[in-house]
Design a protein around this ligand. Structure first.
Ligand SMILES: Cc1cc2nc3c(=O)[nH]c(=O)nc-3n(C[C@H](O)[C@H](O)[C@H](O)COP(=O)(O)OP(=O)(O)OC[C@H]3O[C@@H](n4cnc5c(N)ncnc54)[C@H](O)[C@@H]3O)c2cc1C
Length: 312
């Protein structure tokens, strides 16, 4: 089959905006053919490109013809611009397009035969290009369990900020009464692409606080910017003595919900033992630290106040 036939057969959406933040980080907006998508802030959908597509570092090297003609599919959280060009608060559902915030994963294993990578292909796209976007936006990582007065903490690594921005805009638009903290941990300050919007939102909404933490910036970097507080891991920030000092309010298991998104090491998902107890990973993650503070994990038949979305 030739490439334009394959594209016509599989692709159902168009890129209307493409912003390369840096070589490994981008924002894109995708508009579906037909009706706009229905979804809840925090949910994700599937983006896909054919194995035949070029990569940002050169042409596709998938040799097997059958494999080459298949779609490479991955999940992506719906992100949100949060403020429009006039500085007005907007929710992700105010637009026909869907925004995504994506990092390029550089793999040394190249085009694995069973699982060729998608991100090198997404980073080769331009405004106007076509791709596949599933019309099903799904997932349980939403604001459904949240009451108007609850305090909310959204903690993400890297592009794990994407669903949090969608949730923050929704909460602020609803006039949420409780405290909202959104914190993101990245390697370098330049790996965060929504800082301007976050600073404006903090000014506009007294119950909203945003913090960026980095893991690889030098210790002595200028920390005078209010949204940059130096080199720290989210696991340190969430410790009770640190959290209250930093944000001015304490986590209360009866009225706080925590959302964790991104790197599974940060989240620290426990396995359930036969006797029903939890076994936590060796490296202490957020879930273990929060359960020590009386919080409970939200599970399918056991609602709790710690919610998570792991990216791998
Ligand atoms: C529900 C869900 C929502 C997701 N939403 C997003 C999103 O909004 N933005 C986004 O960038 N990614 C997101 N991801 C990850 C995404 O699905 C892909 O795994 C990622 O883009 C890498 O794709 P790949 O094909 O290049 O490599 P893959 O073969 O999918 O991954 C290879 C390896 O890359 C690492 N990796 C995967 N994702 C990331 C990441 N985001 N940051 C750093 N390392 C990573 C892991 O070690 C993984 O094993 C999400 C994943 C899930 C399950």
């Amino acid at each position: 089959m030739d490439i334009s036939e394959l594209r016509n057969k599989h692709y159902n959406a168009t890129i209307t905006y493409f912003e390369l933040i840096h070589e490994h980080l981008m924002k894109i907006r995708v508009i579906p053919d037909g009706d706009r998508l229905e979804y809840e802030p925090g949910q994700y959908t599937i983006l896909a490109l054919g194995g035949w597509e070029d990569r940002s570092d050169g042409p596709s090297t998938i040799e097997d013809e059958k494999q080459r003609s298949k779609l490479i599919k991955r999940a992506y959280s719906v992100a949100c611009t949060m403020l429009d060009e006039h500085g007005k608060l907007v929710s992700c559902r105010d637009y026909d397009y869907v925004e995504f915030y994506i990092t390029l994963v550089v793999r040394s294993d190249g085009e694995l035969p069973k699982r060729p990578p998608l991100t090198p292909r997404l980073f080769a796209l331009h405004k106007g290009d076509r791709l596949h976007m599933s019309r099903h936006v799904v997932g349980h990582y939403t604001l459904a369990p949240i009451g108007q007065d609850d305090d909310i903490i959204l903690a993400g690594t890297g592009t794990g900020e994407a669903p949090h921005n969608a949730m923050v805009a929704e909460l602020l638009k609803r006039g949420h009464k409780g405290n909202i903290v959104s914190m993101t941990c990245v390697r370098y300050r330049g790996d965060a692409a929504y800082l301007e919007e976050q600073a404006k939102l903090e000014e506009m909404f007294p119950n909203y606080q945003y913090r960026l933490y980095t893991t690889r910036e030098p210790e002595n970097l200028d920390t005078s910017r209010h949204d940059y507080v130096g080199k720290r891991y989210l696991q340190d920030v969430i410790a009770p003595e640190n959290f209250e000092q930093e944000f001015g309010w304490a986590i209360n298991p009866d009225s706080t919900h925590v959302f964790l998104c991104g790197n599974p090491d940060m989240i620290g998902i426990p396995t359930r033992k036969e006797d029903g107890s939890h076994e936590f990973p060796q490296t202490k993650g957020m879930i273990e630290i929060l359960t020590e503070q009386g919080m409970t994990l939200d599970q399918s038949r056991q609602p709790g106040n710690i919610h998570f979305e792991k990216y791998w």
